[in-house]
Design a protein around this ligand. Structure first.
Ligand code: ADP
Length: 283
């Protein structure tokens, strides 16, 4: 009888612990939701006054009647540039909080894969030229023409990877490669068509022990790069989360002092239905 009582006490304790665990998980989830909601609201409220700062400082910097002294003109430009940095930061925080709160709306539609080179060149040729870097985009021969994904988010990922590649490279090249990914049986359950897009640079590279870290929020490979190159440390965490939302994953191969390759693997999803998410480890 004593043994039965003992077992009962143990079961009770176990049940109690389970309930407590559930409650704290719920509390955690709720406070995480509050945090995301707060950040989303704050970011929105910050953007309104910031827009006035941006528009007005831009008008000032145009210096229509040549009323500004050289110094004043310089100040107006600094106000405008700093405003833009702040806007980028706010947008990043807003994006990250949206993803975390599961509130990032996706719109899957057709994307013409052969338009990728044009997109890249339009946006990044000026910076590449300025830094005297080669910028190449190569679309594989056997590539499908039409691919289904959230095109806006796809561009966001690509832009993030390219601006990093160009930022952290002082000489050499940045190469973008678009091809069909090898589809394993697990991947086939999600889509027959997977795209692999990689951005390779001949830049500073990322040390082995920092390669996981760079995908975390507000993390940068080392303090010196922050001072030299600026940035918020949010770009790659946004990339990772958005890529996950699109059903894929992102990997990094890098050698310090030689360069880095970021590769994104994405399924074509005509109905935008990601029923099963798989992680790279399963493939
Ligand atoms: P940010 O570039 O704003 O700092 P990211 O999240 O995009 O934030 O990148 C995080 C860090 O990863 C960077 O600060 C940098 O240290 C490292 N990193 C990212 N891309 C590259 C790259 N192509 N080459 C070298 N280091 C990189």
């Amino acid at each position: 009888e004593e043994r039965t009582r003992d077992a009962e006490t143990k079961t009770h304790a176990l049940e109690k612990a389970q309930i407590e665990l559930k409650e704290s998980a719920e509390q955690l989830r709720q406070s995480s939701n509050y945090k995301s909601e707060f950040l989303a609201n704050m970011s929105h409220e910050l953007r309104t006054p910031l827009n006035s700062i941006l528009i007005l400082s831009e008008m000032l910097a145009e210096n229509h009647d040549n009323r500004l002294s050289d110094d004043d003109l310089e100040y107006a430009k600094v106000i405008h540039d700093s405003g833009e940095d702040l806007l980028n930061l706010i947008n990043d925080i807003l994006d990250l909080s949206k993803v975390e709160a599961g509130k990032m709306d996706l719109w899957f539609r057709e994307m013409d894969v052969y338009e990728i080179p044009q997109h890249v060149h339009n946006l990044f040729s000026p910076i590449a030229k300025q830094k005297d870097l080669d910028l190449n985009v190569d679309v594989a021969q056997n590539m499908v023409e039409i691919f289904h994904t959230d095109v806006k988010r796809f561009h966001q990922i690509l832009n993030n990877l390219l601006s990093n590649a160009l930022k952290f490279t002082e000489q050499g090249s940045v190469n973008v490669k678009v091809e069909l990914a090898q589809v394993t049986p697990t991947m086939k359950q999600i889509s027959d068509t997977w795209l692999s897009i990689s951005v390779t640079d001949t830049g500073i590279g990322i040390p082995k022990d920092k390669q996981q870290l760079v995908f975390e929020s507000f993390q940068q490979a080392d303090g010196a790069t922050v001072r030299k190159y600026g940035g918020t440390g949010l770009g790659l965490s946004i990339c990772r989360e958005v890529v996950k939302l699109l059903g894929g994953w992102i990997t990094l191969r890098s050698t310090e002092g030689e360069g880095s390759t970021f590769t994104v693997c994405l399924p074509s999803l005509p109905d935008g239905n990601i029923s099963t998410l798989i992680s790279e480890q399963e493939v």
